[in-house]
Design a protein around this ligand. Structure first.
Ligand code: COS
Length: 387
């Protein structure tokens, strides 16, 4: 794996950094305060190819490699994790799932509109009784005449309250040996489907300008061709989706960590106590050194996972390692980034308190750190921790 970025990747980094500094950073605090979903930012990303990064050009994407995708995700995450989350769901969970599992007709129907930001997508897997145990789905999809009829509830679904389409997992067969068998993925056109409704989840600790909602399916009728992938393959659709979703969470966390370094270095050089800039004190340098080392390591783990993805290979282990390390590292970095400015870091006058609130969810969503460790263990040992 060549660690030197190519001239194209360097140009992408500069372009994404400039966009984030000019369009996202100035409004991030107000959007966070007002829990305001930044629709217009997503629209502004479209002409720069940021909303369809790794999707091939023939489906309206930018055809980028996964290191470029990570670079964009890091830069957006450095500016605002709410925008990054919205983008990660759109690109990594929804677009790539449709790219990897959709029929030619589904790809042509949905991918260009998603890449142009004309429609927003969400990925509905989690249920009140199916969090870490994702296979324990109780949402039912029953074939009835020439339709599917769905009933159930999804929760903690990013983008659901603003989404036009949902990639949703439901149980189509209750009579299987293993829980993960008998699941099927569907594409739902949310606003056009009777019996589909959502309710926003308010007052989150962080990611306050991203949308999170519950989804209710009440005799929700879908056409027979709404399946994404074959009937019974839903768990694999979800898991391969999460291999991409977790990758972008990891890249976004590198962005949070880098933002913490940048804010801490700036502050530590300016702030004078005991007649010296506090950055000259060894205990501050200890924190900076830990943040920088963690961030470099996290970025390399993300690039390693990207390299495996670029080769078209399954990246479950590399992705879970990157997600586990980068999310924990971002949380450590954000904690120190609040510690360094002391009282100033405790109000939203400085962005670091937002970094800390936003980093907190990263060790939870798209698979907790505990689940990532069990996946890494399963991949290395060949033994499942789950019965
Ligand atoms: N890619 C492709 N296939 C995969 C896969 C992946 N990443 N992960 C699992 N599979 C396949 C396995 O190969 C197996 O296939 P076979 O039946 O053909 O052998 C099948 O899926 C079942 O795998 P496994 O036995 O490992 O599944 P478990 O039910 O034990 O569950 C965990 C595995 C716990 C890892 C899974 O449920 C999980 O990731 N949970 C967390 C869910 C999550 O992240 N939720 C967050 C919100 S979603 S945004």
């Amino acid at each position: 794996m060549d660690l030197e970025l190519t001239p194209e990747q360097k140009a992408i980094k500069e372009m994404a950094r400039r966009f984030a500094e000019e369009e996202i950073v100035p409004v991030a605090r107000d959007n966070d305060r007002n829990c305001r979903f930044p629709h217009e930012i997503i629209k502004k990303m479209v002409p720069m190819g940021l909303v369809g990064g790794p999707v091939p050009e023939k489906y309206g994407g930018a055809g980028l490699d996964f290191i470029s995708h990570a670079i964009i995700t890091e830069e957006i995450g450095r500016a605002c994790s709410s925008v990054r989350t919205t983008l990660s769901v759109q690109v990594s969970l929804v677009e790539l799932c449709i790219l990897n599992w959709g029929t030619e007709e589904q790809k042509q129907k949905y991918l260009p509109a998603l890449c142009r930001g004309e429609i927003i997508g969400c990925f509905a897997l989690t249920e009140p009784g199916a969090g870490s145990d994702a296979a324990n789905q109780s949402t039912r999809a029953v074939p009835t005449g020439d339709k599917w009829v769905l009933n159930g509830t999804k929760t903690w679904i990013s983008n659901a309250g603003v989404a036009d389409i949902a990639v949703l997992i439901a149980r189509t067969n209750t009579d299987t040996k293993e829980k993960h068998e008998g699941l099927t993925a569907f594409i739902i056109e949310c606003k056009k489907t009777k019996g589909y409704s959502t309710r926003d989840i308010e007052n989150k600790l962080g990611l306050r300008s991203s949308n999170t909602a519950e989804v209710f399916l009440e005799d929700c009728e879908l056409p027979k061709d709404a399946e994404l992938g074959a009937v019974g393959q839903g768990f694999k659709v979800a898991m391969t989706g999460l291999d991409n979703g977790r990758f972008s969470v990891a890249a976004g966390c590198v962005g949070i960590s880098q933002a913490c370094i940048d804010a801490s270095v700036k502050y530590a050089k300016q702030r004078v106590q005991f007649d010296r800039p506090i950055g000259s004190f060894q205990l501050i340098q200890d924190m900076i050194a830990r943040m920088v080392t963690d961030t470099e390591a996290a970025r390399l783990l993300v690039y390693k996972a990207a390299d495996v993805k670029n080769k078209g290979r399954r990246s479950t282990q590399e992705t879970s390692i990157a997600k586990f390390f980068a999310s924990e590292a971002a949380l450590r970095a954000a904690n120190m980034a609040v510690q360094i400015p002391g009282g100033y870091g405790y109000s939203d006058e400085f962005p670091v308190e937002r970094y800390l609130r936003d980093a907190r969810v990263a060790t939870i969503y798209e698979g907790t750190s505990e689940i990532q460790k069990l996946i890494i263990g399963r991949e290395v040992l060949g033994l499942r921790a789950f019965a």
